[in-house]
Design a protein around this ligand. Structure first.
Ligand code: ADP
Ligand code: MG
Length: 241
């Protein structure tokens, strides 16, 4: 069977907070089965864009479309049901539940029955090499394991698109390499469109099929990794000029 195509697309998005423009006419496209990198200095508007794509914020202007269907007005819960999943920069785990229970809860919240949620959770833990951690409390996990659990919880909603906001912050080199392999297999094997935000340029340039650069709430550069790497606008966007 051919993998189904499709895009999650933000089109002409503007958003202000009390007069401060966080995003100005930003456009970005996340194709299924690919990793799309999103980089830019602090305050560039990356997290605001993820919040809008996932329904946690509304744009002032612009639209969000999934597979050519307008989903701009959907709530976060509706977008999750539609197939847009995200992770959070800071945890959002149930620290008193086990690793397995955290993933089950996520599947249940998205409409799976108990037995299906159990099966789904075990399959996802297996894929993310988390089975050995399944029975342990989520409150005291090593960084690398905690980040994989965040991704596991997002995967439990059976997404077509997965938005990762700085998922690799604080990982050591080994954990980073492991994480890169994980997201590669998610995009390629599960045909999920991944948006990857990170400050680690080595990770972004190694992992991404296509890269967007935001600065000051605007699109400043986009293209294949080799094109973006060698464009002088990459450096100047980080210098604030
Ligand atoms: P990034 O993730 O690229 O660092 P953000 O999207 O977090 O950037 O922030 C973009 C701009 O919007 C910043 O100036 C930030 O202070 C502002 N901003 C983001 N969210 C809010 C909010 N809820 N209230 C007020 N200002 C916000
Ligand atoms: Mg951010």
């Amino acid at each position: 069977l051919p993998l189904s195509a499709g895009f999650l697309r933000a089109e002409g998005i503007s958003r202000s907070f009390r007069g401060v423009k966080a995003l100005a006419e930003v456009t970005l496209e996340i194709p299924r089965g690919r990793i799309t990198g999103l980089i830019g200095p602090n305050g560039a508007g990356k997290s605001t864009l993820v919040n809008i794509l996932s329904g946690y914020e509304r744009p002032d202007i612009g639209s969000v479309a999934m597979n050519n269907v307008d989903i701009t007005r959907q709530t976060a819960h509706q977008k999750s049901r539609s197939g847009v999943a995200r992770t959070f920069q800071h945890g959002h785990l149930f620290r008193s539940l086990s690793v397995l229970e955290n993933v089950q809860v996520s599947a249940l919240a998205n409409g799976s029955g108990r037995r299906q949620a159990q099966r789904t959770a075990v399959g996802i833990l297996d894929r993310l090499d988390l089975l050995p951690w399944g029975g342990l409390s989520a409150g005291h996990l090593p960084h690398g394991v905690e980040r994989r659990l965040g991704v596991a919880r997002a995967l439990a909603t059976a997404p077509e698109y997965l938005l990762l906001d700085e998922p690799a912050a604080g990982l050591n080199d080994g954990e980073m390499e492991n994480f890169r392999n994980t997201i590669h297999s998610i995009s390629a094997d599960l045909n999920i469109g991944v948006l990857l935000i990170d400050h680690n340029m080595r990770l972004i340039f190694a992992a991404s099929d296509y890269i967007y650069v935001l600065a000051g709430g605007q699109n400043v550069l986009q293209g294949d990794p080799d094109v973006v790497r060698s464009d002088e606008k990459l450096a100047t966007s980080y210098l604030g000029t």
